[in-house]
Design a protein around this ligand. Sequence first.
Ligand SMILES: Nc1ncnc2c1ncn2[C@@H]1O[C@H](COP(=O)(O)OP(=O)(O)OP(=O)(O)O)[C@@H](O)[C@H]1O
Ligand SMILES: [Mg+2]
Length: 229
Amino acid sequence: MSRYILEVENICKSVGVGEQQIKILKHINFFAREGEYVAIMGPSGSGKSTLLGILSCIDKQTSGNVRIDGVNIGQLNKNELTVFRNEKIGIVFQSFNLIPVLNAEENIEIPLFFSKKPIDAASKVDELINLVGLSHKRKSLPKQLSGGEQQRIAIARALAGEPIILFADEPTGALDSQNSEVVLGIFDEFRKKYNMTIIVITHDIKVANRADRIVYIEDGELYERNSAK
Ligand SMILES: Nc1ncnc2c1ncn2[C@@H]1O[C@H](COP(=O)(O)OP(=O)(O)OP(=O)(O)O)[C@@H](O)[C@H]1O
Ligand SMILES: [Mg+2]
């Protein structure tokens, strides 16, 4: 069996709302191996995006540990975390978060400005923009792109730095079935090519069934059930 890339131990997340503490995540334990593809499902408001924010080092847990590629990310200082994230992690957000003043190809190139990996930026941008089927829109600004097109550029950006793990929050939520298929095909291809671990949040059972397994979050608790496979 391959090694664990993601180890999540006893994660809790509480936030203060007025006088009250709300427990958003309750003792989450979750592991994913190198090259594994896991889907996270669950009702709206159950804590999926909150969990993904913590796993992708954007948000901090109240307690518990997250290790990615053997590194306890809670023990990294701010600079180390920035370098680590850029090197190891690709993220596709529920809202696309493209930089509005940069065009499509410049957005894709962002992770490569800081990367120490020997990746040729021009050929990587070409590869990805072709893969997502938007080479004719490479000079367009995000506001000149449809929601689905922005999402495809965001996915290309997440993959540019050849991350070892990709986190995606509803990556096909804004796409029609044809473009969803394109995106899922890209995930499959990158997983094969780079043995990338993929963690996808989705409401779409068709997307979830492409994964090796499905975990469920309900009311801040994580359950694992046997998937359809
Ligand atoms: N900073 C915050 N302060 C207060 N409540 C929060 C905060 N962040 C998230 N929540 C609450 O935590 C719960 C989980 O939110 P989260 O965004 O993780 O849900 P989700 O499972 O991703 O839902 P969806 O499927 O709609 O995207 C929600 O009830 C939300 O209102
Ligand atoms: Mg969400």
